[in-house]
Ligand binder design. Structure first.
Ligand SMILES: [Zn+2]
Length: 311
Protein backbone atom coordinates (compact mmCIF):
# COMPACT_ATOMS: atom_id res chain seq x y z
CA UNK A 1 0.00 0.00 0.00
CA UNK A 2 2.75 2.40 1.03
CA UNK A 3 4.58 1.60 -2.17
CA UNK A 4 1.62 2.60 -4.33
CA UNK A 5 1.34 5.93 -2.56
CA UNK A 6 5.00 6.62 -3.01
CA UNK A 7 4.60 5.93 -6.69
CA UNK A 8 1.76 8.44 -6.95
CA UNK A 9 3.85 11.01 -5.12
CA UNK A 10 6.64 10.51 -7.63
CA UNK A 11 4.28 10.94 -10.54
CA UNK A 12 2.91 14.18 -9.06
CA UNK A 13 6.48 15.33 -8.62
CA UNK A 14 7.15 14.48 -12.23
CA UNK A 15 4.11 16.52 -13.34
CA UNK A 16 5.30 19.45 -11.19
CA UNK A 17 8.71 19.33 -12.85
CA UNK A 18 7.16 19.26 -16.29
CA UNK A 19 4.85 22.16 -15.51
CA UNK A 20 7.72 24.25 -14.13
CA UNK A 21 9.68 23.54 -17.29
CA UNK A 22 6.74 24.77 -19.37
CA UNK A 23 6.43 27.92 -17.23
CA UNK A 24 10.11 28.69 -17.69
CA UNK A 25 9.73 28.38 -21.44
CA UNK A 26 9.72 31.86 -22.96
CA UNK A 27 7.53 30.72 -25.82
CA UNK A 28 4.62 29.57 -23.65
CA UNK A 29 1.34 30.80 -25.15
CA UNK A 30 -0.80 33.08 -22.96
CA UNK A 31 -3.63 31.52 -20.94
CA UNK A 32 -6.96 31.23 -22.73
CA UNK A 33 -10.36 30.76 -21.16
CA UNK A 34 -11.64 27.40 -22.38
CA UNK A 35 -15.38 27.89 -22.57
CA UNK A 36 -17.78 29.91 -24.69
CA UNK A 37 -20.16 32.35 -23.07
CA UNK A 38 -23.80 31.64 -23.70
CA UNK A 39 -25.95 34.60 -24.64
CA UNK A 40 -28.88 35.35 -22.43
CA UNK A 41 -27.99 33.08 -19.52
CA UNK A 42 -26.67 35.92 -17.47
CA UNK A 43 -29.30 38.55 -18.03
CA UNK A 44 -31.79 38.68 -15.19
CA UNK A 45 -35.21 37.72 -16.54
CA UNK A 46 -38.70 37.94 -15.06
CA UNK A 47 -40.54 34.68 -14.35
CA UNK A 48 -43.83 36.52 -14.70
CA UNK A 49 -43.34 38.19 -18.08
CA UNK A 50 -40.38 36.26 -19.53
CA UNK A 51 -38.79 39.61 -20.34
CA UNK A 52 -35.28 40.66 -19.42
CA UNK A 53 -34.90 43.36 -16.82
CA UNK A 54 -33.15 46.53 -17.82
CA UNK A 55 -31.65 49.67 -16.29
CA UNK A 56 -31.11 49.71 -12.56
CA UNK A 57 -33.03 46.42 -12.07
CA UNK A 58 -30.61 44.63 -14.41
CA UNK A 59 -27.60 45.95 -12.52
CA UNK A 60 -29.07 45.27 -9.13
CA UNK A 61 -30.24 41.71 -9.85
CA UNK A 62 -26.93 40.84 -11.56
CA UNK A 63 -25.10 41.93 -8.44
CA UNK A 64 -27.44 40.00 -6.16
CA UNK A 65 -26.94 36.91 -8.30
CA UNK A 66 -23.16 37.10 -7.91
CA UNK A 67 -23.44 37.83 -4.19
CA UNK A 68 -25.59 34.79 -3.44
CA UNK A 69 -23.99 32.54 -6.08
CA UNK A 70 -27.29 31.90 -7.89
CA UNK A 71 -27.06 29.91 -11.08
CA UNK A 72 -30.48 30.87 -12.36
CA UNK A 73 -31.11 34.15 -14.13
CA UNK A 74 -34.84 34.00 -13.34
CA UNK A 75 -36.50 36.19 -10.74
CA UNK A 76 -40.13 36.22 -9.70
CA UNK A 77 -42.62 37.87 -7.40
CA UNK A 78 -44.50 35.86 -4.80
CA UNK A 79 -47.47 35.92 -7.15
CA UNK A 80 -45.50 34.62 -10.16
CA UNK A 81 -43.95 31.87 -8.04
CA UNK A 82 -47.31 30.81 -6.64
CA UNK A 83 -48.94 30.87 -10.07
CA UNK A 84 -46.32 28.42 -11.34
CA UNK A 85 -46.63 25.91 -8.52
CA UNK A 86 -43.61 27.12 -6.52
CA UNK A 87 -43.33 27.66 -2.81
CA UNK A 88 -40.89 29.73 -0.84
CA UNK A 89 -40.18 29.92 2.84
CA UNK A 90 -41.46 33.21 4.30
CA UNK A 91 -38.22 33.98 6.10
CA UNK A 92 -36.18 33.31 2.95
CA UNK A 93 -38.47 35.61 1.02
CA UNK A 94 -38.01 38.34 3.60
CA UNK A 95 -34.28 37.92 3.71
CA UNK A 96 -33.42 37.21 0.08
CA UNK A 97 -35.98 39.10 -1.97
CA UNK A 98 -34.69 42.06 -3.96
CA UNK A 99 -36.56 45.26 -4.69
CA UNK A 100 -37.14 46.19 -8.29
CA UNK A 101 -38.60 49.38 -9.67
CA UNK A 102 -40.99 49.48 -12.55
CA UNK A 103 -43.39 51.88 -14.18
CA UNK A 104 -47.08 51.16 -14.04
CA UNK A 105 -49.92 52.79 -15.93
CA UNK A 106 -53.50 53.59 -14.99
CA UNK A 107 -56.12 54.69 -17.45
CA UNK A 108 -58.65 57.20 -16.23
CA UNK A 109 -61.70 56.70 -18.41
CA UNK A 110 -63.37 59.78 -17.00
CA UNK A 111 -60.68 62.08 -18.34
CA UNK A 112 -60.34 62.27 -22.08
CA UNK A 113 -57.14 63.46 -23.73
CA UNK A 114 -58.13 66.34 -25.98
CA UNK A 115 -55.37 65.62 -28.51
CA UNK A 116 -55.99 61.91 -28.97
CA UNK A 117 -59.62 61.68 -27.95
CA UNK A 118 -58.73 58.66 -25.80
CA UNK A 119 -58.90 58.21 -21.99
CA UNK A 120 -55.90 59.78 -20.23
CA UNK A 121 -53.00 57.57 -19.13
CA UNK A 122 -50.97 58.15 -15.99
CA UNK A 123 -47.61 56.53 -15.36
CA UNK A 124 -46.18 56.06 -11.90
CA UNK A 125 -43.24 54.33 -10.29
CA UNK A 126 -43.83 51.15 -8.31
CA UNK A 127 -41.63 48.90 -6.23
CA UNK A 128 -41.93 45.14 -6.19
CA UNK A 129 -39.99 42.31 -4.55
CA UNK A 130 -38.57 39.37 -6.47
CA UNK A 131 -36.60 36.26 -5.48
CA UNK A 132 -34.29 34.07 -7.50
CA UNK A 133 -35.50 30.72 -8.83
CA UNK A 134 -32.74 28.97 -6.83
CA UNK A 135 -34.58 29.88 -3.61
CA UNK A 136 -37.89 28.42 -4.78
CA UNK A 137 -39.10 24.87 -4.18
CA UNK A 138 -41.30 23.23 -6.78
CA UNK A 139 -43.07 20.21 -5.23
CA UNK A 140 -44.09 19.00 -8.71
CA UNK A 141 -40.81 19.87 -10.41
CA UNK A 142 -39.53 23.07 -11.97
CA UNK A 143 -41.87 24.18 -14.81
CA UNK A 144 -40.56 22.98 -18.17
CA UNK A 145 -40.21 26.51 -19.55
CA UNK A 146 -37.61 27.24 -16.85
CA UNK A 147 -35.57 24.09 -17.13
CA UNK A 148 -32.32 24.85 -18.94
CA UNK A 149 -32.00 22.32 -21.73
CA UNK A 150 -29.26 21.51 -24.17
CA UNK A 151 -29.46 23.66 -27.24
CA UNK A 152 -29.12 21.49 -30.33
CA UNK A 153 -26.73 23.86 -32.10
CA UNK A 154 -24.18 23.68 -29.34
CA UNK A 155 -21.35 21.23 -28.97
CA UNK A 156 -22.22 17.93 -27.45
CA UNK A 157 -19.09 16.98 -25.58
CA UNK A 158 -19.38 13.51 -24.13
CA UNK A 159 -18.47 12.80 -20.53
CA UNK A 160 -15.14 11.10 -19.88
CA UNK A 161 -15.99 8.18 -17.65
CA UNK A 162 -12.91 8.28 -15.42
CA UNK A 163 -13.25 12.06 -14.89
CA UNK A 164 -16.97 11.90 -14.30
CA UNK A 165 -16.35 9.12 -11.78
CA UNK A 166 -14.00 11.36 -9.80
CA UNK A 167 -16.55 14.18 -9.84
CA UNK A 168 -19.52 12.01 -8.91
CA UNK A 169 -17.57 10.43 -6.10
CA UNK A 170 -16.50 13.78 -4.72
CA UNK A 171 -19.83 15.58 -4.92
CA UNK A 172 -22.13 12.75 -3.95
CA UNK A 173 -20.66 12.01 -0.55
CA UNK A 174 -21.74 13.34 2.84
CA UNK A 175 -20.87 16.92 3.75
CA UNK A 176 -19.55 17.60 0.26
CA UNK A 177 -19.70 20.92 -1.56
CA UNK A 178 -22.72 21.72 -3.69
CA UNK A 179 -22.20 21.59 -7.45
CA UNK A 180 -24.17 23.80 -9.80
CA UNK A 181 -23.98 24.29 -13.54
CA UNK A 182 -25.02 27.34 -15.50
CA UNK A 183 -23.88 30.80 -16.39
CA UNK A 184 -20.64 31.97 -17.90
CA UNK A 185 -18.36 31.74 -14.89
CA UNK A 186 -16.47 29.05 -13.03
CA UNK A 187 -15.80 29.71 -9.34
CA UNK A 188 -15.87 28.36 -5.82
CA UNK A 189 -17.75 30.30 -3.18
CA UNK A 190 -16.40 29.41 0.30
CA UNK A 191 -19.26 31.10 2.19
CA UNK A 192 -21.78 28.76 0.52
CA UNK A 193 -19.37 25.88 -0.07
CA UNK A 194 -20.54 26.01 -3.66
CA UNK A 195 -18.81 25.03 -6.90
CA UNK A 196 -20.26 26.71 -9.99
CA UNK A 197 -19.30 25.62 -13.50
CA UNK A 198 -20.45 26.55 -17.00
CA UNK A 199 -22.34 23.72 -18.75
CA UNK A 200 -20.18 21.04 -20.36
CA UNK A 201 -21.62 21.96 -23.75
CA UNK A 202 -19.97 25.39 -23.47
CA UNK A 203 -16.55 23.74 -23.79
CA UNK A 204 -15.10 22.69 -27.12
CA UNK A 205 -13.65 19.53 -25.59
CA UNK A 206 -14.51 17.36 -22.62
CA UNK A 207 -10.97 17.46 -21.25
CA UNK A 208 -11.21 21.24 -20.93
CA UNK A 209 -14.44 21.00 -18.95
CA UNK A 210 -12.91 18.52 -16.51
CA UNK A 211 -9.76 20.57 -16.10
CA UNK A 212 -11.87 23.56 -15.04
CA UNK A 213 -14.04 21.35 -12.81
CA UNK A 214 -10.95 19.90 -11.13
CA UNK A 215 -9.60 23.40 -10.54
CA UNK A 216 -12.74 24.50 -8.70
CA UNK A 217 -12.89 21.18 -6.82
CA UNK A 218 -9.30 21.89 -5.82
CA UNK A 219 -10.40 25.20 -4.25
CA UNK A 220 -13.23 23.49 -2.41
CA UNK A 221 -10.81 21.14 -0.60
CA UNK A 222 -9.56 24.24 1.23
CA UNK A 223 -12.91 24.65 3.04
CA UNK A 224 -12.59 24.64 6.84
CA UNK A 225 -14.47 21.32 7.04
CA UNK A 226 -11.89 19.67 4.76
CA UNK A 227 -8.22 20.61 4.52
CA UNK A 228 -8.81 24.08 6.01
CA UNK A 229 -6.35 25.86 3.74
CA UNK A 230 -5.58 29.48 4.55
CA UNK A 231 -6.10 30.60 0.97
CA UNK A 232 -9.78 29.67 1.30
CA UNK A 233 -10.53 30.14 5.01
CA UNK A 234 -8.90 33.57 5.14
CA UNK A 235 -9.82 34.65 1.65
CA UNK A 236 -10.34 38.36 1.44
CA UNK A 237 -9.25 40.25 -1.64
CA UNK A 238 -9.01 38.75 -5.06
CA UNK A 239 -5.39 38.85 -6.12
CA UNK A 240 -3.80 39.13 -2.69
CA UNK A 241 -0.92 36.86 -1.75
CA UNK A 242 -2.83 34.16 0.05
CA UNK A 243 -5.32 34.06 -2.77
CA UNK A 244 -2.66 34.00 -5.49
CA UNK A 245 -1.11 30.99 -3.84
CA UNK A 246 -4.53 29.36 -3.61
CA UNK A 247 -4.86 29.78 -7.39
CA UNK A 248 -1.59 27.90 -7.82
CA UNK A 249 -2.86 25.12 -5.55
CA UNK A 250 -6.13 24.81 -7.46
CA UNK A 251 -4.45 24.69 -10.87
CA UNK A 252 -1.84 22.17 -9.76
CA UNK A 253 -4.69 20.04 -8.43
CA UNK A 254 -6.28 20.21 -11.88
CA UNK A 255 -2.93 19.17 -13.42
CA UNK A 256 -2.56 16.20 -11.07
CA UNK A 257 -6.11 14.98 -11.51
CA UNK A 258 -5.85 15.33 -15.30
CA UNK A 259 -2.60 13.39 -15.16
CA UNK A 260 -4.33 10.76 -13.02
CA UNK A 261 -6.89 10.11 -15.77
CA UNK A 262 -4.44 10.48 -18.63
CA UNK A 263 -5.45 13.94 -19.88
CA UNK A 264 -2.45 15.87 -21.11
CA UNK A 265 -3.84 18.32 -23.68
CA UNK A 266 -4.79 20.84 -20.99
CA UNK A 267 -1.37 21.01 -19.37
CA UNK A 268 0.10 23.85 -21.40
CA UNK A 269 -2.85 26.09 -20.70
CA UNK A 270 -2.56 25.19 -17.01
CA UNK A 271 1.10 26.18 -17.11
CA UNK A 272 0.10 29.52 -18.68
CA UNK A 273 -2.43 30.05 -15.90
CA UNK A 274 0.14 29.24 -13.24
CA UNK A 275 2.66 31.53 -14.91
CA UNK A 276 0.18 34.41 -14.65
CA UNK A 277 -0.30 33.95 -10.92
CA UNK A 278 3.21 32.99 -9.90
CA UNK A 279 4.60 36.17 -11.42
CA UNK A 280 3.30 37.94 -8.29
CA UNK A 281 5.93 36.20 -6.19
CA UNK A 282 9.65 36.88 -5.93
CA UNK A 283 10.78 33.33 -5.40
CA UNK A 284 8.76 31.67 -8.15
CA UNK A 285 10.21 28.14 -8.09
CA UNK A 286 9.87 27.91 -4.28
CA UNK A 287 6.28 29.12 -4.41
CA UNK A 288 5.43 26.62 -7.16
CA UNK A 289 6.92 23.75 -5.13
CA UNK A 290 4.99 24.81 -2.02
CA UNK A 291 1.75 25.07 -3.95
CA UNK A 292 2.39 21.73 -5.60
CA UNK A 293 2.75 20.07 -2.16
CA UNK A 294 -0.59 21.50 -1.03
CA UNK A 295 -2.13 20.43 -4.34
CA UNK A 296 -0.92 16.88 -3.80
CA UNK A 297 -2.90 16.82 -0.56
CA UNK A 298 -5.93 18.32 -2.30
CA UNK A 299 -5.66 15.70 -5.06
CA UNK A 300 -5.45 12.85 -2.59
CA UNK A 301 -8.41 14.26 -0.69
CA UNK A 302 -10.52 14.44 -3.85
CA UNK A 303 -9.59 10.91 -4.85
CA UNK A 304 -9.84 9.20 -1.48
CA UNK A 305 -11.70 11.52 0.90
CA UNK A 306 -8.70 11.71 3.22
CA UNK A 307 -5.03 12.70 3.30
CA UNK A 308 -2.74 9.97 4.46
CA UNK A 309 0.06 9.89 1.98
CA UNK A 310 2.58 12.65 1.93
CA UNK A 311 2.80 15.25 4.62
ZN1 LIG B 1 -9.34 29.51 -9.12
Amino acid sequence: MAKAKKKKFCSDQHVTDEVIKLIENEGLAPFIKTWENVAGVNEPTSMGTGKQYNGINLLWLSMARMMYGYTSNLWGTWKAIDANGGTIDKETYKEKSQSIIYMSKIIDKKKIDKKTGKPKEFWFRRVSNVVNLDEVTFPNGVPKKWVVTDEPDMNIVPPIESCQGIMDNYFNGKGTPTLRHGGNDAYYMPSKDLVVLPERKQFSESSKYYSVAFHEMGHSTGHESRLSREGITAMNHFGDHKYSKEELVAEFTACFLCHHVGITDTRENSASYLKGWVSKFKDEPKMLRQASKLAQKATEFILTGEVKGYK
